[in-house]
Design a protein around this ligand. Structure first.
Ligand SMILES: N[C@@H](CCC(=O)N[C@@H](CS)C(=O)NCC(=O)O)C(=O)O
Length: 224
């Protein structure tokens, strides 16, 4: 039996945990449970993650929720000095970009994607979509500038900082990114990595199999 279990269907933020697990070559089992009453809100799951949300990991006796805490943990555990920066300053920068992604762009990209792509066309709210684009416009300029003179956020090599930000905004590949060409090139570079492609294949498959009614329920549950 694998020591590391990753809970959550790949269409959710579990994608982030799956991507890092693949990058670091962790031996893991994926339990693709659904959000809501049929999955993450069952008593069995709530005993593991009382938030009733996805993802959560169980690594031996250790339980961890919050997708980006999971990516930082797995990178530090399995790839210290490589995917996880080996210096105090590098580590702080990885935290900086991680918290930036969560607070500045996570919700906006999610709202945009629901109302531009994922909900059935007649249920999309153009006002919500446009407002989301406005909210992320400035942070996207910041990210564009950060990768305008170097290939990755912390320098020449891909780290967990890139993985976290790219995973959070991965749905932005479907946006018009003409105004932020460096961001676009960086995002495509990150998502073209073989392990990213493997995780994206799981995500895309789960997405394709998701009925509109579930997408509607997700939008409601997540207040998007
Ligand atoms: N900040 C959390 C958010 C987790 C979260 O909201 N996950 C969504 C799926 S992507 C979920 O489980 N939503 C269902 C619900 O809130 O009931 C993380 O990054 O792990």
């Amino acid at each position: 039996m694998s020591k590391l279990s990753i809970y959550g269907i790949a269409r959710t933020r579990a994608f982030r945990a799956l991507w890092i697990a693949k990058e670091v070559g962790a031996d893991y089992a994926h339990l693709p449970i659904e959000i809501g009453d049929t999955g993450a809100k069952t008593p069995e799951f709530l005993a593991i993650n009382p938030n009733g949300r996805l993802p959560v990991i169980v690594d031996g006796d250790f339980v961890l929720f919050e997708s980006l805490a999971i990516t930082l943990y797995l990178a530090k555990k399995h790839s210290p000095g490589k995917l996880y920066p080996g210096t105090l300053e590098g580590e702080a920068k990885a935290w900086q970009w991680t918290m930036w992604a969560l607070t500045e762009v996570d919700r906006g990209v999610n709202i945009w994607s629901l109302h531009a792509v994922r909900l059935p066309p007649e249920e999309r709210d153009a006002a919500k979509r446009d407002e989301a684009l406005k909210v992320i416009a400035k942070p996207f300029q910041v990210l564009d500038a950060a990768v305008s003179k170097q290939d990755y956020l912390l320098g020449d090599t891909f780290t967990v900082a890139d993985l976290n930000v790219a995973a959070v905004i991965s749905r932005a590949v479907e946006m018009d990114l003409a105004a932020v060409p460096h961001l676009k090139a960086w995002l495509l570079r990150c998502l073209a990595r073989p392990k990213a492609q493997e995780a994206l294949a799981l995500k895309n498959k789960a997405e394709a199999e998701t009925p509109a009614e579930v997408t509607r329920r997700i939008a409601k549950l997540n207040r998007l």
